[in-house]
Design a protein around this ligand. Structure first.
Ligand code: NAD
Length: 511
């Protein structure tokens, strides 16, 4: 491993310059940013104060008042140009994501591809913000619904998808006629600076090509929970899309309800897969390995619970153990690596604590140990596979690290009940070639998650579908399908084009 000699601070500065970020933005502030690849500092940023944040929200509100008047397909043109900037900068931004989060190269690039995909989706959407025309009971009347821009959209994002989550929200919010204020994770502000610079480049081009766009259409706020709370409480933010832990959602949700604001809460998952007797075990092995070990177990959709039918348990689990023992762990910037580092030492401690609890609950642990590389502040671990007698203790919680709990089952209905017996409800899958099992899993009495897959793992969603989950995952939906509706307000309009005034439900009121 050559990680010890990497100079990522210099490479980060080069990438940020290439992406159009002014060097003054990441030198000399109070917020220290380290790369999990080396554990060393790669930048220092100035944090926004509470009063600066409030002023930025007021300015974003002014931007909204102008932007909502721009026709939606023209708003789409700005997002199209953003997609072009992202395409042109995919390699640099993807590399920066890998450096700041520790994702392997293909996943860093994949995250930027996801941003490009949602821009494409949003451009098409900008001509499809349809309302319905509805039959009315009154003669010479017409009833329809209109979708209008909502206001400033607050975006709070987590460290593990530092840029894609912004784009899922911002691309839709913008074509819907809203301005945005984004507070990224305090662990990953550098990629946010880069994205903001790319957006500003697209905006400049948009204006140069004759488009009309206000200043402060997209604002970036660097800081921690205190400035996040300003977004949550501000009366001029009608919608906050908050991605992060369930603990964060528990704090944010009631505060939004208190002021009747909308929330899109995208919180923690505890995702499971069921492997049935008829499963294609080669395919299952690959699906499980990617979902459970990919991104070092730091995806909200990471596979954390695996239920294996007793008839195939002894065929699949030893093969999985072999894959866990041989997976390449190390420098995520090197090709061939499949598992990069954990985000920080705290994540490592939480992983070790969960493994300790699992052992106390009767689990047999393979892996989970730190992989030495001579660096004290970078945390590489071998993914852990834990055979559990039961779904108890740490199995019921999300530990944001690569731990896969494996359990044996014999009865399909019983395993479905166990599958749904955790508080989270994000993603799920079943591996089977039995049509009845597959259809049951995706039916009303099957998986209770927002995402339910057949013969693929629970992670790695595409942008075309609505993304989000139930129960403690928060209930929010973003990205594809009709998720755009959350970013607009719906008005029902009734128009009387006659000369009389019939009242609905036959009510008489003659004066
Ligand atoms: P986190 O909860 O620590 O932080 C997320 C964001 O919320 C950060 O920007 C943080 O500053 C902010 N924040 C925290 N408390 C806040 C408060 N009270 N008010 C306002 N803002 C606040 O999460 P993390 O460690 O960055 O990310 C990992 C978690 O995110 C995991 O639980 C993972 O499952 C979840 N996640 C969910 C999704 C999803 O779509 N469901 C996607 C990615 C990550």
């Amino acid at each position: 491993m050559t990680i010890a000699v990497l100079d990522l601070a210099t490479e980060t500065a080069k990438l940020l310059a290439e992406l159009g970020v002014d060097a003054g933005r990441y030198h000399g502030g109070t917020l220290s940013v380290t790369s999990p690849v080396t554990g060393k500092e790669i930048g220092r940023l100035r944090e926004a104060s509470v009063s600066e944040t409030k002023a930025a929200i007021e300015a974003a509100h002014q931007a909204f008042l102008e932007w909502r008047a721009v026709p939606a397909p023209k708003r789409g043109e700005l997002v199209r140009l953003l997609g072009e900037e992202l395409r042109a900068s995919k390699a640099a931004l993807g590399r920066l994501v890998s450096i700041e989060v520790g994702k392997i190269t293909s996943e860093g690039l994949g995250e930027v591809q996801e941003m490009i995909d949602i821009c494409d989706f949003a451009v098409g959407l900008s001509r499809q913000l349809y309302g319905l025309t509805i039959a009315t009971e009154r003669s010479e009347h017409r009833m329809m619904e209109s979708w209008h821009p909502l206001g400033v959209v607050g975006i709070i994002s987590a460290f593990n998808f530092p840029v894609a989550v912004w784009s899922w929200n911002a691309a839709l919010a913008m074509v819907c006629g809203n301005s945005t204020v984004w507070k990224p994770s305090e662990k990953t502000p550098l990629t946010a600076l880069a994205v903001q610079a790319l957006f500003e480049k697209a905006l400049k081009r948009f204006v140069a090509e004759g488009g009309t766009a206000p200043a402060n259409l997209s604002t970036l706020i660097i800081g921690g929970r205190d400035v996040g709370e300003v977004l949550v409480d501000h009366p001029k933010i009608p919608l906050v899309s908050a991605t992060g832990s369930t603990a964060m959602g528990r704090a944010v949700g009631p505060r939004l309800s208190q002021r009747f604001a909308r929330g899109i809460l995208e919180l923690g998952g505890n995702n499971a897969a069921i492997v049935c007797p008829s499963a294609d075990l080669d395919l299952t092995l690959r699906g499980v390995a990617f979902s459970a070990m990919g991104t070092a177990g730091q995806r909200c959709t990471t596979l954390r619970r695996l239920f294996v039918h007793e008839s195939v348990y002894d065929q699949l689990v030893p093969r999985l153990q072999k894959a866990y023992g041989s997976v390449t762990i190390g420098n995520p910037l090197e090709s061939g690596t499949l598992v990069g580092p954990l985000i920080d030492g705290q994540a490592f401690e939480k992983m070790q604590a969960a493994l300790g609890e699992a052992k106390s609950a009767g689990g047999t642990v393979t892996g989970g140990e730190r992989v030495g590389n001579g660096l004290t502040d970078a945390f590489y671990v071998r993914p852990a596979l834990v055979e559990m007698p039961d779904q108890t203790g740490p199995v019921e919680h999300e530990t944001f690290a690569p731990i896969l709990y494996v359990m044996k089952y014999s009865d399909f209905d019983a395993v479905l009940a166990l599958h749904n017996a955790v508080p989270q409800g994000l993603s799920s899958s079943i591996f089977t070639n039995d049509m009845r099992e597959a259809e049951t899993f995706v039916s009303a009495r099957g998986s209770d998650c927002g995402i339910a897959n057949v013969n693929l793992g629970p992670s790695g969603a595409e942008i075309g579908g609505a993304f989000g989950g139930e129960k403690e995952t928060g209930g929010g939906r973003e990205s594809g399908s009709d998720a755009w509706k959350a970013y607009m307000r719906r008005a029902t309009n009734t128009i009387n084009y006659g000369r009389t005034l019939p009242l609905a439900q036959g009510v008489k009121f003659d004066v």
